[in-house]
Design a binder for this molecule. Structure first.
Ligand code: CA
Length: 226
């Protein structure tokens, strides 16, 4: 198992690296965000251990970048910030677990092993298909990297379709996910919503299409080249 350790305090980094070696991990060390970004572009890691307070920024920005690239490598954040908001912020931005300094080495190892046992898909990544992307955290949709403006309901519909891209989503399933059980919806509410979403994707020049599968539901797919 190969790990990336991003920690700028030399003594602490050496201590943690030694502990991880002893636990049987191989460890690459980085002391700045820039170094870590360079390493993650060239190597695949089984997990990462990141500090937040770094000379060139917040370790969480690396997490954000990885998740945007659909990289679900498990990430354990080590930090001196023990504020509840900081911890929630870290988890919201794609970290998998959090450990507040000072910590015991044995706990770092135990938490890493727990993360490595988990399926990697637990992280909410940016969803994408072809030129289309949707960030479930910020609810922002993009076509070819350019933001498009969607209503809450349109964003929700796009998210459902993207999560099952290439597969048919049944209309009953979509209605149940989109509308509260108490809401009275018209028989064509979903059609109208899909129609609006299609027009926005078209207007933004997306090469993805929402296909109606008669009697079943909808399917989001990249349009075949003409
Ligand atoms: Ca630091």
């Amino acid at each position: 198992m190969r790990l990336l350790l991003l920690e700028d305090e030399g003594d602490l980094a050496t201590l943690v690296a030694n502990g991880l070696h002893q636990a049987g991990f191989s460890v690459d060390r980085a002391a700045t965000l820039a170094e870590a970004e360079e390493l993650t572009r060239h190597f695949r890691y089984d997990a990462m251990v990141l500090d937040r307070g770094l000379p060139d920024g917040d370790g969480l920005s690396l997490v954000r970048g990885l998740r945007r690239r659909q990289d679900t490598t498990p990430i354990l954040v080590l930090t001196a910030r023990d504020d509840l908001d900081d911890r929630i912020d870290g988890l919201n931005r794609g970290a998998d677990d959090y450990l507040v300094k000072p910590f015991a080495l044995s706990e770092v190892v135990a938490r890493l092993r727990a993360l490595l046992r988990r399926p990697h898909s637990a992280v909410d990544c940016v969803l994408s298909l072809g030129d289309l992307a949707f960030d479930p955290d910020t609810r922002q949709a993009e076509v070819d990297g350019k933001p498009i403006s969607l209503s809450v309901l349109e964003g929700n519909a796009l998210e459902i379709l993207l999560r099952r891209a290439g597969k048919v989503v049944r209309r009953t399933q979509m209605e149940q996910s989109l509308y509260d059980s108490g809401t009275v919806i018209g028989s064509n509410s979903l059609e109208v919503l899909i129609h609006r979403l299609r027009r926005k994707l078209d207007a933004a020049g997306s090469a993805c299409a929402i296909v109606t599968v008669r009697g079943l539901g909808y399917l989001l797919q990249p349009m075949p080249p003409l």
